[in-house]
Design a protein around this ligand. Structure first.
Ligand code: PMP
Length: 354
């Protein structure tokens, strides 16, 4: 039986996506050729990347609004520097909500002056700062919508006149919001979209062309836009699998549908964390992520017992990130509600026998 997979990323993908993706590796489109042995310039693959790009915009409600979607390489980490390379002229503002924001800040500092508008480092990033000012003379404001490691999530976004850039790696396509607030969104595929190896970048074209520096082609958004996301050979398998997941999500009813499922899953787990005296939540309650729930055992002596129990219950990937410790249950789009129930059952059983 398939494990209940709470891995933080790479992570669970829908069964039907895995099945279709694996079939395409052997025989794509019943053409007696593998997806990964045909030219990326052949029409069947061009159709795949075009479909993936248009589905991404459609699901985010960004069609016909001046946005384009790109499938790039280098992970979300490459976007930390690409954003700054392409958009930072003099000064940029960053909200620091965890390791990934911190890394984005470090890269951007190579290109100009950085204003850290607020940081939650003082409490090991267990909350989202709420009161801060975004200067109006910056080239852009950057934030991280969901902090995968700490289990915090921005529930609202600031109003600002400067372009907004968001790292949505760990919660894209999981909840409804007005995505047109953002001028550039990026997300590594390996959570809600597909395997590692590609990064979705959704970009409003009119924010480009404002920096003076020369930009190498492979790091230049405009080059990839001009070439319809195919300046060089794209990661064909990752793009195809992402397309399948986006199709799966559209068929289910899109973000509107999956948001309700995600709310049910996180409500079930958080209510058990709050009810069960053996567990404590890590993140500030109002900032809790519906993708990654972080928690600890009230009594560390129960750790060996609890670890044995969840592993025996066919659960995978529950250990917390080394910088936080404890446990982290990642509940991405493809994780079924019954997997969360299986975890809650183990938590209740631990209480019963302790
Ligand atoms: N941003 C966030 C929010 C992440 O969760 C991660 C990876 N877990 C990254 C950036 C880095 O992504 P990548 O490994 O694709 O570079």
């Amino acid at each position: 039986m398939k494990k209940h997979n709470f891995s933080a990323g790479p992570c669970i993908l829908p069964e039907e996506v895995l099945k279709k993706a694996s079939e395409a590796v052997i025989d794509f489109n019943n053409d007696n050729l593998s997806l990964i042995e045909i030219s990326h310039r052949s029409q069947p693959f061009v159709d795949v990347i075009e479909k993936a790009r248009s589905l991404a915009l459609e699901l985010l409600g960004l069609e016909n609004k001046g946005y384009k979607a790109l499938f790039l390489q280098g992970g979300a980490s490459m976007q930390f520097l690409m954003v700054a390379y392409n958009l930072l002229n003099k000064k940029a503002a960053y909200l620091n909500t965890g390791t990934w924001s911190d890394k984005a800040i470090k890269e951007a500092k190579l290109f100009g002056e950085l204003v850290e508008v607020a940081s939650s480092k003082d409490k090991n990033f267990s909350y989202i700062p709420k009161t801060y000012e975004i200067p109006t003379d910056v080239d852009y404001f950057h934030c991280t919508s969901n902090n995968t490691i700490y289990g915090t999530q921005m529930k609202s976004f600031p109003e600002t006149s400067v372009p907004m850039i968001c790292d949505m790696s760990s919660d894209i396509f999981s909840r409804q919001m007005d995505f047109s607030k953002f001028d550039l969104i990026y997300a590594g595929a390996q959570k809600n979209m597909g395997p590692a190896g590609t990064t979705l970048v959704v970009i409003k074209e009119d924010i480009l062309g404002k920096v003076e520096r020369q930009i190498p082609s492979m790091l230049n958004y405009q080059v990839f836009l001009d070439k319809e996301s195919m300046f060089n050979t794209p990661p064909v398998f990752a793009v195809y699998t992402s397309m399948l997941t986006l199709e799966w999500l559209k068929d289910l009813g899109g973000i509107e549908f999956i948001e309700k499922v995600n709310e049910k899953k996180s409500a079930l787990l958080y209510s058990e964390i709050d009810r069960n005296p053996l567990f404590k939540g890590v993140a500030a309650i109002e900032d809790r992520s519906n993708m990654n729930a972080t928690f600890t055992l009230a009594d560390k002596n129960l750790q060996t017992k609890f670890d044995k129990m969840w592993q025996e219950a066919n659960i995978n990937g529950l250990s917390g990130h080394r910088s936080v410790g404890g446990y982290r249950a990642s509940m991405y789009n493809a994780l079924p509600l019954y997997s969360v129930q299986a975890l809650v059952d183990v938590m209740q059983e631990l209480e019963r026998i302790s």
